[in-house]
Design a protein around this ligand. Structure first.
Ligand SMILES: [Zn+2]
Length: 120
């Protein structure tokens, strides 16, 4: 093993422990707080649970971490901790599936129910 190999190995270990591991742990904690679970994004490649995101960040950090940041907004929109009930401004509950949808939506994005025009 040459000195360059050693340097590279050392750098990737440092990079892993300083960047990948802390951000993966952050994703784990953050995803738990946002109550991320499989199915939240309605399918697709990045529709994963907390553990899925965590392991993706560990194994494929360069792909998974930016993807998590991008999807975070969608999770935040759906998170019950940031939207406790149907009284949240700009949102209401779908009468059919009880998911939170935009108040001015004409169609539920979760179950596809066509909604009556909002009286408010
Ligand atoms: Zn619905």
């Amino acid at each position: 093993m040459s000195i360059l190999d050693l340097l590279f190995l050392n750098f990737s270990t440092v990079g892993f422990s300083l960047i990948v591991l802390p951000t993966a742990v952050w994703v784990l904690v953050d995803a738990r707080t946002l109550r991320v679970k499989k199915g939240n994004l309605g399918g697709g490649f990045f529709d994963m649970g907390v553990a899925g995101w965590f392991f993706s960040c560990l194994l494929l950090w360069i792909v998974a971490f930016p993807a998590y940041l991008a999807k975070r907004g969608e999770y935040k929109d759906q998170s019950p901790s940031t939207m406790p009930d149907s009284s949240v401004r700009g949102h209401r509950k779908c009468p059919d599936c009880a998911e939170l949808i935009h108040a001015d939506a004409r169609k539920c994005r979760f179950c596809g129910l066509v909604l009556p025009i909002n009286q408010a």
